[in-house]
Design a protein around this ligand. Structure first.
Ligand SMILES: NCc1[nH]cc(CCC(=O)O)c1CC(=O)O
Length: 315
């Protein structure tokens, strides 16, 4: 077993540091000392650009993964929903800890709920998944592109740039600001992003001693849930830029998976729910992905690709 101090690579945002610090504390409980190493990613550097304009996935993870491969850090803590589904040679997800809240929340300036917002109200979000589902319920809403860290987005709402914003409950809770949420958006209303609320702890395959330690932070139930969700994304070859949502949960000893694909304008919506063995999350994700394809999901995903002018960012 390793006796040296482990180096945890993380982005510098408040949320990322909270998450990395949480992992540091979990390691400390196991008697393992660790320290944070802050790494700036291209997604952090280019706040003014849409993620699509950056022309690649993994803008919040790539530099951190390079540091892992170079041996500059021993482990990386990511928001799982920011981590592309395509594996990186030499790296592995060593642990997926127990998940936080999964839902999205609406925050409005005047405390009105989604259905109470006035006609043509403006909602700031950079996520196509959020935009499409909001428009499905309220086609009149004006969706305004919004990027940046959670604190930036909350500040812009207070400054009056929008009537409302939609953010992940997990992020708000971690910043200690869940009380600012106006409305919890239930999954039937706004289905979350694959992996939302969960962390991924990544390490290099060449460091089996580190992998062995990190395995103790894994929560097998959360791992099964997010594996099913991410398999839908991978099966649809959708990436983070298409309006794809997926949510898996354990109900009566079985894994229940709901996934949605929408057109970017929210006018079309496909949805599938299936259950499967907890021990076979990948099979369940593939099945749901295939059923969505059979309903025409590929056409909706390519509609999103054909409209790159609309930015997508926060999931
Ligand atoms: N890149 C944005 C991001 N990545 C992870 C979270 C919050 C935590 C989570 O959803 O797991 C957020 C903020 C948001 O979506 O509002």
């Amino acid at each position: 077993m390793t006796t040296r101090r482990l180096r945890i690579g993380t982005r510098g945002s408040q949320l990322a540091r909270w998450q990395a610090e949480w992992v540091r504390e979990q390691l400390q409980r196991l008697g393992i000392e660790a320290e944070l190493v802050l790494i700036t990613t291209s997604g952090d550097r280019q706040q003014q650009w849409s993620v699509e304009a950056l022309g690649t996935t993994g803008v919040f993870t790539k530099e951190i993964q390079q540091a892992l491969l170079a041996g500059e850090i021993d482990l990386a803590v990511h928001s799982l929903k920011d981590l592309p589904t395509r594996p990186v040679p030499g790296l592995t997800i060593a642990a997926i800890p127990s998940r936080g809240p999964v839902a999205d929340t609406l925050i409005t300036r005047d405390g009105r709920s989604l259905m109470e917002l006035p006609p043509s109200a403006t909602v700031g979000t950079g996520s196509r998944r959020r935009a499409a589902q909001l428009l499905f319920h309220r086609p009149d809403l004006q969706i305004v592109p919004l990027r940046g860290n959670l604190d930036t987005r909350l500040r812009r709402l207070r400054e009056g740039d929008f009537d409302g914003i939609v953010v992940a409950a997990a992020g708000l809770a971690r910043l200690g600001r869940l009380s600012e949420a106006t409305q919890n958006l239930t999954p039937d209303y706004l289905l979350p992003a694959p992996g939302q609320g969960a962390l991924a702890i990544e390490a290099a395959e060449s460091t089996p001693d580190v992998l062995e330690i990190l395995a103790r932070l894994n929560d097998s139930r959360t791992a099964a849930e997010v594996t099913a969700e991410r398999t839908v994304l991978a099966t649809l070859a959708a990436g983070c830029l298409a309006p794809v949502a997926a949510w898996a949960r354990v109900v009566q000893g079985r894994l229940l998976l709901t996934a949605r694909v929408l057109s970017p304008d929210g006018a079309e919506k496909l949805e599938v729910t299936c259950s499967g063995e907890i021990s076979e999350p990948k099979r369940l994700g593939e099945k749901v992905g295939a059923l969505l394809k059979a309903q025409g999901a590929d056409r909706l995903v390519s509609m999103a690709r054909a409209h790159p002018e609309k930015p997508a960012a926060e999931d």
